[in-house]
Ligand binder design. Structure first.
Ligand code: G3H
Length: 255
């Protein structure tokens, strides 16, 4: 803690709490845009944060992305509370397998010595497929688990970076661009004011469901994500933010 004070991380945390409508923030040293190990440090901080809040017999819902993959990598099995069930927060969003919520969820459960359930939903669902899928008993069962999550852990991405990485279809891409999206989280795209301008059609947690979740932990760092973090947080009060010095300094600079 003395070290964190010397490094100025505590001051950054205090400043961020003034700028963003968040309950709690943890800033780790470095900038994950420049050094890949910083993502693992955010991952470590996130694991500690999750463990501190974990009730017994809990359900933890997780999203995809490289940051959440780093959280999974840092997960350890020393949970005081037994009986943790990991579930993916939402179905397919067009990511490569290593960045998919299903993959990350299974890996986290393995490392935490917990259990997991998966959502087998194709990416880019048609309306018809969506309607019939949500009626499937096996899907319904997992959806109910997801909706009763005690903790949701998710990443935040830069909108255009995410849309490109997910090979988003042309019409959706146009919607994201013309809507001036700057942030993305669990398949929702947000403009600078924090309004949803596009949402990927998949099942799982919906934005409104988050209001009923006890603990929401957002993990996102790198100076390149400052704008995205600021926009997303406008409509996500009460969250815990785990970020890095790179993003924190950019946020303070631009405020
Ligand atoms: O769901 C993905 C996140 O919004 C951002 O992904 O952690 O790879 O930057 P990332």
């Amino acid at each position: 803690d003395v070290m964190r004070e010397i490094l100025g991380l505590k001051d950054l945390e205090t400043n961020l709490k003034r700028i963003l409508p968040i309950d709690e923030v943890i800033v780790v040293a470095g900038d994950s845009d420049l050094s890949p190990w910083v993502k693992k440090e955010m991952g470590r901080a996130c694991v500690t944060c999750m463990k501190d809040r974990l009730p017994s017999h809990s359900i933890v819902a997780v999203t995809g992305g490289t940051t959440l993959a780093a959280v999974a990598e840092m997960m350890t099995a020393d949970l005081k509370q037994s009986d943790v069930l990991f579930v993916p927060a939402r179905g397919g969003l067009g990511e490569n397998v290593e960045n998919q919520a299903n993959t990350i969820c299974a890996k986290m459960a393995e490392k935490a010595a917990g259990n997991y359930r998966l959502l087998h939903v194709p990416d880019y669902l048609s309306n018809e497929a969506y309607q019939s899928l949500i009626g499937e008993p096996s899907v319904k069962e997992v959806l109910q688990l997801i909706q009763s999550a005690d903790i949701v852990i998710h990443g935040i991405g830069d909108a255009i970076t995410m849309a490109k990485r997910r090979k988003t279809p042309e019409e959706e891409m146009e919607k994201i661009i013309s809507g001036n999206a700057v942030a993305e989280a669990f398949g929702y795209y947000f403009n600078q004011a924090g309004d949803v301008v596009h949402k990927v059609q998949t099942i799982g947690i919906q934005l409104d469901d988050l209001r009923h979740v006890r603990h929401v932990i957002a993990v996102a760092g790198g100076a390149s994500k400052a704008k995205a973090i600021k926009a997303y947080m406008k409509q996500a009060p009460r969250s815990v933010l785990i970020t890095d010095e790179g993003a924190a300094k950019a946020l303070v600079r631009e405020s």
